[in-house]
Design a binder for this molecule. Structure first.
Ligand code: SAM
Length: 227
């Protein structure tokens, strides 16, 4: 899979995309991630990518021309399945959408900044708009990193124990069961007996029961189709 992220702040994305599972997936060639500096596609000597809003009002607006030029340069090289704009009013990002995106070959994520982007970019150049939640961040870089992380960990081979991603919360609309590690007892707090039993079928049964119980208690909305 290839993920191209267009941003005015490439530095903000360096660290989140350079560690742990993403780092290993990049090294193994499972995903290619490119961070593109929008300023490289500016048309003036000041490398301007934003301007005042028509009609007045506070805040700058990202200009269409640099974005168009950046997208054209990428699209000349390959076909993209989705061109995503991160936006608080986009569709809400969740595990199902992460699963869907992980099946694609090439995606672009445009990280907004300032007051947002010129509406003509959204109307004509973008194929999908994604929000990571009902709050406003300063820019789309953290949302782009969130989307990329959630997607990359689902790619085959990205996680050494492939089952691990499949047993995470929200797969199958269930929250993950609790996990424990050594010591078996700490300050009198004990690990559930069943996990020490070595009885794999019974452990799996216990984990499923725990998942269902936790989901009912913490996120009953996920079980809305339950009879
Ligand atoms: N004026 C915009 C509004 O009220 O919807 C907010 C602009 S915000 C300060 C700057 C940029 O951050 C947005 O263009 C978007 O790309 C990104 N952003 C902020 N919050 C986000 C969220 N919850 N999900 C996805 N992107 C977000």
């Amino acid at each position: 899979m290839r993920i191209d992220i267009i941003t005015v702040l490439p530095e903000l994305l360096q660290s989140p995309l350079s560690h742990s599972i993403i780092k290993r997936a990049r090294e193994k060639g499972i995903v290619e991630i490119n961070v593109i500096n929008l300023r490289d596609y500016a048309t003036d000597k000041y490398k301007s990518v934003d301007d005042y809003a028509y009609g007045g009002g506070a805040g700058m607006v990202m200009m269409i021309e640099p974005v168009y030029r950046a997208l054209e340069a990428l699209k000349k090289e390959r076909q993209y399945d989705e061109i995503i704009y991160t936006s608080p009013d986009g569709i809400r990002f969740d595990q199902k959408l992460a699963n869907k995106l992980s099946l694609l070959n090439n995606i672009i994520i445009l990280a907004g900044h300032y007051k947002g982007v010129d509406q003509r970019i959204r109307d004509n150049l973008i194929t999908m708009e994604i929000s990571i939640g009902d709050y406003v961040l300063s820019g789309g870089e953290l949302p782009a990193a969130v989307i990329t992380d959630a997607v990359v960990r689902l790619l085959p081979g990205a996680i050494s124990d492939e089952q691990s991603a499949l047993t995470d919360s929200f797969q199958d609309d269930l929250l993950a069961p609790p996990v424990y590690t050594r010591p078996a007892e700490f300050l009198g707090w004990k690990v559930p007996e069943i996990l020490l039993s070595g009885n794999t079928p019974e452990i799996e049964k216990w984990r499923l029961e725990q998942s269902i119980e936790r989901t009912r208690r913490l996120r009953p909305d996920l079980l809305k189709d339950e009879k």
